[in-house]
Design a protein around this ligand. Structure first.
Ligand code: GLA
Length: 761
């Protein structure tokens, strides 16, 4: 990780004046490159686009056509007149369409008026521009200065149906990142139906990869799973309509079998979308690997009439030749700086206390104020009132949709309560679940036809609630007005936007029959619209997204809400896995992470209060319990923790690079670390699940430090054990893990936190 390849920087030097996107007219080749990555495509004889190379930066040349190979083969369908040999099945296509001589699954399928699904999109024109156009209303990465990136747009055209297809690529100058999306414009008079329209396709020449995915379920979200590629199809996907899902995250990486955290080639694919998705690899029997990313075609179709257009969501591709950790660091930086937006983007986050696990639905104003007062005493900055404050919401059978305060619980409403909390010197935050309704609610009684559901069919329920039809503007308008009124009347600094069920019977009661296939995507556009309106009217509010914990932890959400509740599982041991997996792609500052009570409410485990904080520090940090129930000694510990986080949150959340050191998926220990940009400061966390008696020695080998810098190494809670060491010693020999300290801290589930500071030699 320390040595930048001289070849790569050499390339960059030679091409300093060059644009990161070059078109070679003669050879009809486009080269997108920066100092780390190259992406080379060309226009083929049949007018379609081919991928010649994607990987580590190459010196630019006029001609890379040697990477297009042809051979006469049995069973080969040729798509150019004889004696040509161009065959799509053996060609790495940029955007394969249905029904050609390529027998693999396509990126595009269009049903036409005559019933045909055969298309022929051929090259028409290209445009290279500085910066990156917005995809609004869809979320996407962006540039602040147009020098940060270049965008290549290639327009292909199908004459028979008179349709334009635009392949859009952006390459960032300072990141090994290429983003992709696709746009359709129906110019002709015929009505066409997009049955499948993926955002991106990339083909690799070989199949020597392992597929890394983040999969799980409620309370065990984003576990790291790795499998070798095999011939045939392997995929991750979401089909639940309302969210990217706890099951599979919209992310996949292909890594070389020998690649590890710090070495080897890795290609990351991340989808900036919160609804149904498909990320698929298909390996042909000729060992070629096709990756496709986009909206899941199973639940999608989109009608385009004359003059109408369709924009697919963005795929963000990261290339790393220094392993998974480098890939993660690139995603972290890019998403923190050029996906998240608003006043909170560059700010360390407030330390909050949320009352959910402290009270569940059982509270009144007095109880809430008591909890808040104690939080204030501990140094907490933000109090969050969770579910149960509105309508008849005394349990989860009723109330969703009635976004006005329950005056029996809160006699002075949210406006009164929020002001009392503010008078204590705390900020006030509120939980909402705006996309949902209980049948036992005034909203449902007034608008029983606002649910998602199919006419004459049973409406499946989940947690006694139903999904509002956000594909309809009047529904979004109504909810917006209701919630905006509360915010306007009160003093609200933070909103936790929850979403606690998946979509079933995905039909909109008012959609035109030909457009029913659009419902799930239109629903997501409705959610994004509501987010856009609320973040525009209330730009100072910090939004945290949530979906039964971490079922909607995706880049689409981070564009609107710069933090996400990582999981309903707040047990420290479980959190090591959840946060470790999440860190593959999502920045530390985006991970909602709290200290909760013991025995833990999800797994009934008792872990030391110190460990609970040591894990939760690597996130937004807060508490999910009633501090009144702690002993005086524990309360002192909480005060220490809050002070620690205030001191170091800038480093952990904003400035630092995150390094994974030891994986909880591989053994008894977990370790990770943050290092400041200037490498002068670092915090490392070591955790052991089970204690061992008469155990072997362990070393915690740090990363990312300066070899020749002298650091002061301080173990939190044991100042007498401070020592000094050079970076090389800390990285290559490591810190001897102090068994005595682990025993002193309870043995099982014990953790150690080291703070490092560079000092004068
Ligand atoms: C979801 C969230 C929890 C909490 C409850 C309230 O499960 O993930 O944090 O807000 O809803 O009902």
């Amino acid at each position: 990780t320390r040595v930048r390849s001289s070849a790569a920087s050499d390339v960059y030097k030679r091409q300093e004046d060059a644009m990161p996107v070059i078109f070679h007219e003669e050879t009809k080749q486009f080269h997108l490159f920066n100092r780390e990555v190259s992406y080379i495509i060309r226009i083929m004889e049949n007018g379609q686009m081919e991928n010649l190379y994607y990987g580590k930066a190459l010196r630019d040349r006029e001609d890379f056509s040697r990477f297009h190979e042809e051979l006469e083969r049995s069973q080969m369908s040729v798509c150019v007149p004889e004696p040509g040999l161009l065959s799509m099945h053996y060609t790495r296509q940029e955007y394969p369409v249905y029904g050609t001589g390529d027998y693999k699954t396509p990126a595009l399928c269009i049903r036409q008026e005559d019933g045909s699904r055969i298309t022929d999109f051929v090259y028409k024109s290209y445009e290279i521009r500085k910066g990156k156009p917005s995809l609004a209303p869809l979320p996407a990465t962006y540039t602040e200065d147009e020098e940060e990136a270049d965008t290549l747009e290639i327009t292909l055209h199908d004459e028979r149906i008179d349709t334009d297809l635009v392949l859009s690529y952006t390459i960032y100058r300072d990141y090994p990142v290429i983003t992709r999306n696709t746009r359709f414009l129906q110019k002709g008079p015929q009505t066409i139906v997009l049955e499948k329209a993926m955002s991106a396709c990339v083909e690799f020449l070989d199949m020597k990869f392992e597929m890394v995915q983040l999969s799980g379920a409620w309370a065990r979200e984003r576990y790291v799973k790795t499998r070798p590629l095999e011939m045939g199809i392997q995929s991750v996907y979401g089909l639940d309509g309302t969210c990217s899902g706890a099951e599979h995250n919209p992310f996949m990486a292909l890594k070389r079998p020998e690649a590890g955290e710090d070495n080897g080639e890795v290609y990351g694919f991340s989808f900036v979308y919160s609804g149904n998705f498909l990320i698929q690899t298909e390996v042909s029997t000729f060992d070629m690997t096709r990756v496709m990313v986009g909206i899941h075609p199973e639940s999608f179709s989109w009608t385009l009439r004359e003059g109408e257009s369709f924009q697919t969501p963005e795929t963000v591709m990261v290339y790393s030749d220094q392993g998974l950790n480098k890939m993660s660091q690139v995603y972290h930086r890019l998403y923190r700086k050029r996906l998240m937006r608003g006043v909170w983007r560059d700010q360390a986050r407030p330390i909050l206390l949320n009352n959910w696990e402290a009270t569940y639905f059982d509270f009144n104003e007095e109880k809430i104020l008591k909890i808040a007062r104690k939080a204030k005493e501990a140094g907490v900055e933000l109090f969050v009132l969770d579910d149960g404050w509105f309508g008849a919401r005394n349990d989860d059978y009723r109330g969703l949709g009635d976004w006005y305060a329950n005056l029996e619980k809160l006699p002075e409403g949210i406006s009164g309560l929020s002001r009392k909390i503010e008078d204590m010197g705390l900020k006030f935050g509120l939980w909402v679940e705006l996309e949902m309704v209980n049948k036992d609610s005034d909203l449902y009684r007034q608008h029983p036809d606002w649910l998602i559901g199919a006419p004459g069919r049973f409406e499946s329920h989940a947690r006694h609630q139903h999904v509002l039809d956000f594909s309809r503007k009047e529904v979004v308008d109504h909810i917006y007005e209701m919630i905006a009124k509360i915010i306007r009347e009160s003093s609200i600094s933070y909103i936790k936007w929850d979403m606690n069920r998946y979509m079933t019977e995905p039909c909109s009661l008012t959609a035109e029959p030909a457009r029913q296939g659009e419902t799930m995507h239109r629903y997501m556009l409705g959610v994004y619209d509501l987010y856009t309106r609320l973040t525009t009217e209330f730009p100072e509010i910090l939004f945290e997204s949530c979906a039964s914990g971490g079922a909607r932890f995706d880049p689409g959400m981070l564009y609107f809400a710069p933090q996400t509740w990582t999981s309903d599982d707040t047990d420290a041991n479980e959190r090591t896995k959840i946060q470790y997996g999440t860190s593959y792609i999502y920045p530390i500052v985006s991970m909602g992470s709290h200290v909760s009570a013991v025995p833990n409410h999800q797994v009934f485990r008792k872990t030391p209060i110190e460990t609970r904080a040591n894990i939760a520090y690597f996130g937004t940090f807060g508490y999910e319990l009633d501090l009144n129930l702690l002993s005086d000694q524990e309360m002192e510990e909480v005060k220490r923790q809050v002070a620690f986080m205030k001191k170091y949150r800038e480093l952990i959340q904003i400035d630092g690079d995150f390094y994974r050191i030891q994986s909880p998926f591989e053994g008894n220990e977990t370790a990770w670390q943050v290092v400041s940009q200037d490498k002068k400061e670092s915090i490392a966390m070591f955790y052991q699940k089970m204690n061992k008696v008469n155990a072997s020695w362990l070393r915690l080998k740090l990363k990312g430090l300066k070899e020749d810098a002298l650091y002061q190494v301080s173990l939190e809670g044991a100042p007498q054990k401070d020592y000094k060491a050079y970076g090389d010693e800390l990285m290559y020999a490591g810190i001897p893990v102090d068994r005595t300290e682990l025993n002193r801290r309870g043995g099982d589930f014990a953790s150690l936190l080291y703070v490092l500071k560079e000092i004068e030699k």
